[in-house]
Design a protein around this ligand. Structure first.
Ligand SMILES: *Cc1c(COP(=O)(O)O)cnc(C)c1O
Length: 362
């Protein structure tokens, strides 16, 4: 009996991407086995944290790393680390930030909502947010003006499809912060495959979600400069207590990082592109449907299928209402466009989607 049947849960085909309300991603059998091995065991958790730091450093080239509950928690704790350092008294006093540098600069066009607003993620640490630029645009001059304000503890930048900015030069932004002695944090939650690029901007900390493209259990990975990573880990005895990683998540992250290093990325990218191309070709044979392959706007090596279908909103609703429930991206459904991400899907699942589209559209 499937786990869905056993607990009366809807069977899902997720073509929406690394989407939190649908369980985000699939872990490999190897990662699942490592997690199962960890669950019945005891560990010295600090040791497990050290091994995770070494694994993150090895894969990303960063000086050190930490695992926290998730990226949303990582944002709160990274901001906390820039306010407190590793000082136990300051760590214990959060979210009271009296006498601390407690103002975070964030481009206004990088205020994003991934279930809650990142503004709240920052404020949870006790910090205040100074927004730079407008909702669609943030120039270097806009950033510098805010960075020149009083009591700045860090600059936060977001690398994500969710932002609505004309592109920001991350390297120049990080440099502008560093010229003022201000550390820079990049939230690249869905950008694990690009983590080395994000670190190459000079950012002090880069945050990614393990459960997105790494395929680990739910976890936030923080990679970066040694002292700041230690200051993040030290939050375990402060506000980080409510955001701690589980032992099985840390073991799962280490196992997933090992698999990531061992596997043939070029072949994976070629296989993914072949899957997307074949799907688009098959979908384009359905009368009234146009399909093409669209590259990820943030430079992730993940292409998606864009379908132009009549009455896209209704089609998406009916895909979800069927058994199994099929979820696609509907951001542009009003323009009769549906987007599908196929990365985690099996051939049987992509075939099911095509069959359902034929039924609904003909
Ligand atoms: C998904 C996402 C998050 C939250 O990540 P979790 O690991 O689910 O907490 C934060 N920022 C961005 C840009 C995201 O896409």
């Amino acid at each position: 009996m499937s786990i869905h049947d056993r607990y009366r849960l809807s069977a899902v085909i997720n073509a929406r991407g690394t989407y939190t309300p649908l369980g985000v991603s699939r872990s490999s059998d190897g990662v699942a086995a490592a997690v199962a091995q960890a669950l019945p065991e005891f560990f010295v958790m600090a040791e497990l944290g050290d091994r995770a730091s070494e694994a993150i450093a090895q894969v990303t080239g960063a000086q050190a790393g930490a695992v926290v509950h998730c990226t949303a928690a990582g944002l709160t704790l990274a901001v906390a680390a820039t306010m407190t350092g590793a000082d136990p008294r300051r760590i214990a006093s959060l979210p009271d930030t009296t006498d601390l540098h407690n103002r975070v600069v964030l481009p206004a066009c990088q205020v994003v909502d991934y279930g809650h607003s990142n503004l709240q993620g920052i404020r949870l640490a006790g910090a205040h947010v100074d927004l730079a630029g407008t909702e669609t645009r943030c120039t270097l001059a806009d950033l510098e003006a805010e960075l020149d304000g009083p009591d700045i503890c860090c600059l936060v930048l977001v690398s994500s499809r969710l932002t609505h900015c004309t592109p920001i030069d991350l390297v120049a932004a990080v440099r502008a912060a560093h010229r003022r002695g201000v550390p820079a944090i990049i939230d690249g939650a869905a950008q694990f495959p690009r983590i080395a690029d994000l670190l190459a901007t000079g950012a002090d900390l880069v945050l990614v979600s393990g459960q997105k493209y790494l395929g680990s259990p739910t976890a936030g990975l923080i990679a970066g400069a040694w002292p700041l990573v230690q200051a993040v880990r030290a939050q375990d005895h402060g506000i980080g207590r409510t955001m701690k990683p589980t032992k099985e998540a840390i073991v799962g992250v280490i196992a997933a990082l090992e698999e990531w290093q061992a596997f043939d990325r070029m072949k994976w990218e070629a296989d993914q592109l072949a899957k997307v191309t074949a799907f688009a070709e098959a979908a384009a044979r359905i009368p009234g449907v146009r399909a093409d392959v669209v590259a990820d706007p943030t430079g992730l090596p993940v292409s998606r299928v864009r379908l132009h279908v009549p009455d896209a909103k209704r089609i998406a609703t009916e895909l979800e209402a069927g058994r199994p429930s099929i979820y696609v991206m509907t951001d542009r459904a009003a323009a009769d466009e549906l987007m599908l991400e196929l990365v985690p899907l099996t051939d049987a699942e992509t075939a099911t989607i095509l069959t359902r589209l034929w039924t609904l559209l003909t």
